[in-house]
Design a protein around this ligand. Structure first.
Ligand SMILES: Nc1ncnc2c1ncn2[C@@H]1O[C@H](COP(=O)(O)OP(=O)(O)O)[C@@H](O)[C@H]1O
Ligand SMILES: [Mg+2]
Length: 289
């Protein structure tokens, strides 16, 4: 195989790790990392002195109970939230040192809840994902068109293109937002609960799409998911959070144990092998009265 991955990172002189399917990814590099950040809202601190490296070329899933600080971390990693102290580095430089459009060319964020502008139609919302790529002179290019069409196709919203976003179901709307982030075509994608509102088939479709973007396009993905079994099936790397801190991280098979699940979620469980994917499958124990 070529020593260049799709991001143009030369792997010849870098430590490489092999994924389960034999693909090689840099073992030590991280285009996006937080160093010793303290983050919160006003005086309320959510995470203190948190450090994290998002592994390049991997599909990372963040799990943890409600309100433990997952979205807050994603906001800090995407510059929506400025840390009280510490720094977020994007390609080795403080994320704050880039112009906003440059950050948006490298990193796309699907926030947990987004509000569409009043009266906007699906295709127009998806097209907004192209904003960071547009030049002052030439407003709309062939590449923009191709990206929007492909993003709508892969999220199954092509038939909705003329509809008002306000009039869609929760699941349809969620797929339109995902399409907007896809159209942005960034090497790094942060998705906060992308499967919310989706029925089981669309959840799997979306996770397969993420896995495909990761595998075939070399995109680095970070997603917050609530379903631990989906996390175990799709993630290369899981980050488990509790009370604003990272309590465990690593490949699913290494870190998802009954003890960890009980510690993080306070829920007794048994772990068996998923018969389909052979990844850990979390079986909650019946709480007897
Ligand atoms: N905009 C905000 N202003 C004040 N507090 C917030 C805000 N957003 C989240 N919080 C608080 O920060 C904590 C972490 O929230 P969040 O990061 O959204 O958790 P998670 O995504 O893990 O469910 C929660 O206690 C929440 O109430
Ligand atoms: Mg959240």
């Amino acid at each position: 195989m070529s020593s260049e991955n799709t991001l143009g990172v030369d792997l010849k002189n870098v430590d490489v790790a092999e994924k389960a399917d034999g693909r090689q990814i840099p073992a030590t590099s991280s285009r996006l990392q937080a160093r010793d950040i303290t983050i919160g809202y006003d005086k309320r601190i959510i995470s203190e002195s948190l450090s994290v490296e998002i592994p390049d070329g991997a599909f990372t899933v963040i799990v943890g109970p409600n309100a433990c600080g997952k979205s807050t971390l994603l906001r800090a990693l995407s510059r929506l939230l400025t840390p009280n102290s510490g720094s977020v580095l994007l390609d080795g430089k403080a994320i704050t040192s880039y112009p906003a459009k440059e950050v948006a060319r490298r990193l796309g964020l699907l926030p947990q809840s987004s509000i569409a502008p009043d009266g906007i139609r699906v295709a127009d919302l998806v097209a907004r994902g192209r904003y960071p790529h547009q030049k002052l002179i030439r407003q709309w290019s062939k590449a923009d068109e191709t990206a929007v069409v492909a993003a709508m196709e892969s999220t199954g919203v092509t038939e909705l293109s003329g509809r008002l976003v306000d009039e869609l179901s929760g699941g349809q709307r969620q797929r339109v937002w995902v399409a907007m982030v896809l159209a942005q075509e960034t090497p790094l994608m942060l998705l906060d609960e992308p499967t919310t509102f989706l029925d089981i088939a669309y959840q799997i479709d979306l996770l397969e799409l993420c896995a495909d973007l990761n595998r075939t396009k070399g995109r680095t993905l970070v997603a917050v998911l609530h379903d631990l079994n989906h996390a175990c099936r799709y993630a290369d790397h899981i980050i488990a959070m509790k009370d604003g801190q990272i309590v465990a991280q690593g490949p699913p098979a290494d870190i998802i144990t009954a003890d960890l699940v009980e510690d993080v979620f306070g829920m007794p469980c048994r772990i068996i092998d998923d018969p389909e994917s052979l990844t850990p499958l979390v079986i909650p124990l019946v709480r007897r009265r």
